[in-house]
Design a protein. Structure first.
Length: 665
């Protein structure tokens, strides 16, 4: 056949139904993007060419390419005119070869690569930005190790390493650093512009860095959680206001930290104190305990709610160490027989840190406890508290209400103060007068007038609240309703056009009501004033770097070893199939071999409806009946929310039973 007579080669176009089916299939892939890879059926590994072919658009035949009879398509009758089908999926220009390389390396399946590429195209982000946000840390680390080897730059894994290498003289604005996911680093050689990035394949950012610096850009891969946490600390530093007293610098290098640890007995006392505080801060500890015992001084840190021994010192050093801490905290060094309280406003790696210090006399010497108050952790937005969608909408609705009483309950250290500060930070402080009475003031909120309880001069919660009501307040926060007088005044304030936030000791959200009624407060006033009772606990998050799957039978053995009987499992409605795989984290160096890293809040709250008000204001209050009515409305309990976190792979059954015991609270 002559070339002019050959039938033209036609690539059949996908119909709109086919394109819609493809989109629907890819969206189904998105539903398991964040699941553990062990729970996803393995896909056959493909090489880079296969993935590139998957993304590539159809190619027209070359002029000299012979056509075969199978390529010819007979003329078809004209079809009815339809709306144009969406364009076929093709790789955005920023993909380059990274998707194919990750698939070829076995770090990403073909189906997941398609899903992530589609998501990146819809959001206009780079593929690595989507991967960094959507995938778990356990999956990200090997990917970033691969990218580091690809770029020839060592991977930055720790916050301390990133802060040490950061070029503070050339820090970008926080908004720019967040948008681009980068941080400028100190150049090691002239003519270079190194920068830490979560997307070393982003050519646009690389060109932008080159134009900005006039030097050769060098992207250095960094783990996403490390970069984002450091950028958050940069934001705190930029927002730091001048404190009442100068900041105490507590900065030591890695080399100094190791040297002090190895020669603790011969180091200077200031170096020892700096080492203890610096080490605790880097590990994310909430408290430091310096405890004299018979054979020395033990230093323990509380991490994720659990105490861990950090180091030991000779008992002869104990008086000097406690004196150094008391001097920094403004306490009386000579007084060792009575308890004292103080405060240190410190600075670690140019980041602000408030340290609340408490001393207590014991038979072996003064015991010191230092609480580290991380500003960023104390004021998250309500959206960052970990609330379910329905609970978040309910909380935001009550925060913006013109009046009402929001009452939190939970044990000490369950995050109540963080939740209160989060609620206050969501209120327009320019248009509303916000006053608080706290014991103590843990963090100074800009635009909020805060008062601290001082029993020595007679300033209690009740007297402070009485004064606040004369200050024309719109929003009031009472740190704790410790007595009947304070509780009655808080309820009265909420009934006279104020939004009141406070805390009370109770086991669950229904217990808030029971506790108020136990204070002999009129049931009708409780039913009318209380708009949102909340209970919360903190559970440890399972370590994403060492989590794995084990048989259900092995998990049941672990639970029984911890005293969890079959009756307790049944009481919570938990059924574990011995043959089904279950999530477990055995422990690794990252989580100090505990299997957990970080904590998250578990909440319980319900709206006071008219039907519930009738039960509360009735002649005889029945807490069990109220819980039954609340369950009928679909409001989950704390235990149910905690078990939902287990189903999502964010905590474990062992942790749920540790926190909630038999599940009655």
């Amino acid at each position: 056949m002559a070339p002019s007579d050959a039938a033209p080669t036609v690539t059949p176009a996908k119909s709109s139904a086919e394109v819609a089916a493809l989109d629907q299939a890819v969206r189904r892939v998105l539903t398991w993007q964040n699941t553990d890879t062990t729970s996803v059926p393995p896909a056959p590994r493909a090489d880079a060419t296969a993935v590139a072919t998957l993304f590539a658009p159809p190619k027209p035949p070359a002029d000299d390419e012979p056509t075969t009879p199978t390529q010819a398509v007979p003329a078809a009758p004209p079809r009815p005119v339809r709306a144009a089908a969406p364009p076929p999926l093709r790789a955005p220009s920023f993909l380059g070869g990274v998707a194919a390389e990750l698939v070829a390396a076995g770090l990403l399946t073909e189906r997941r690569a398609v899903a992530l590429a589609l998501h990146a195209r819809e959001t206009g982000e780079t593929l690595m930005r989507v991967i960094a946000r959507e995938m778990a840390a356990a999956e990200l680390e090997p990917m970033y190790e691969f990218l580091a080897g690809r770029s020839g730059q060592p991977l930055i894994r720790e916050k301390g390493e990133l802060m040490q290498r950061a070029d503070e003289a050339s820090w970008l604005p926080v908004t720019v650093a967040e948008q681009r996911g980068i941080m400028l680093l100190k150049p090691e050689r002239p003519g270079e512009a190194p920068y830490a990035t979560i997307d070393p394949c982003d050519l646009l950012t690389r060109d932008w860095i080159g134009r900005l610096s006039g030097r050769r850009p060098m992207p250095v891969p960094v783990l996403p959680d490390v970069l984002l946490d450091t950028i958050g600390r940069m934001r705190m530093r930029q927002q730091l206001q001048e404190a009442d007293k100068p900041l105490v610098p507590i900065d030591i290098s890695w080399e100094q930290e190791q040297r002090i640890r190895d020669t603790l007995e011969t180091c200077d006392v200031p170096q020892i104190v700096d080492f203890v505080v610096h080490r605790a801060y880097e590990q994310g500890a909430s408290d430091i305990h310096i405890e004299p015992v018979e054979d020395g001084t033990v230093v323990r840190t509380r991490i994720d709610g659990m105490l861990h021994e950090e180091c030991r010192m000779p008992l002869a050093l104990h008086p000097a160490v406690t004196s150094r801490i008391k001097v920094l905290a403004g306490m009386d060094v000579a007084e060792r027989r009575r308890p004292q309280d103080g405060r240190i406003t410190a600075q670690i790696r140019r980041m602000p840190l408030d340290i609340r210090v408490s001393s207590s006399p014991t038979v072996t010497g003064e015991k010191i406890v230092m609480r580290l108050l991380d500003e960023k952790a104390l004021r998250p937005a309500p959206e960052q508290l970990g609330l379910r969608d329905a609970s978040l909408r309910l909380l935001l609705d009550k925060i913006s209400a013109p009046h009402g009483l929001v009452m939190l309950s939970g044990p000490t250290g369950s995050g109540k103060t963080t939740t209160l500060y989060s609620c206050l930070s969501a209120i327009d402080r320019q248009r509303r007068n916000i006053l608080t009475i706290e014991d103590p003031v843990e963090y100074r909120l800009k635009g909020v007038h805060q008062m601290q309880v001082n029993d020595r001069i007679g300033l209690s919660f009740a007297s402070g609240l009485r004064n606040i009501l004369r200050q024309d307040p719109d929003v009031i926060m009472v740190g704790e309703c410790r007595d009947v007088e304070t509780a009655k005044m808080a309820i009265q304030a909420s009934l006279t056009g104020h939004v009141v936030f406070s805390t009370i000791h109770a086991n669950d959200a229904v217990g808030v009501i029971s506790r108020l009624l136990d204070m002999q407060i009129d049931p009708y006033l409780v039913a009318t004033a209380l708009t949102l009772p909340i209970a919360q606990r903190l559970v440890r998050s399972i370590c994403t770097r060492c989590k794995t799957m084990i048989d259900g039978g092995e998990l049941l053995t672990m639970l029984r070893a911890e005293g969890v009987s079959d009756e307790k499992l049944a009481r919570l409605g938990v059924h574990i199939d011995p043959r089904e795989p279950c999530l477990h984290a055995p422990g690794c160096p990252h989580c100090r071999h505990t299997g957990y890293s970080g904590r998250q809040a578990v909440f319980e709250m319900f709206e006071i409806t008219e039907r519930l008000r009738e039960l509360i204001a009735g002649k005889t209050f029945n807490a069990d009946e109220l819980r039954h009515r609340i369950a009928e409305t679909g409001s989950p309990s704390m235990v149910q929310n905690a078990l939902a976190l287990v189903d999502e792979g964010r905590t474990s059954y062992l942790e749920v039973f540790r926190v909630f015991g038999d599940g009655t609270t």
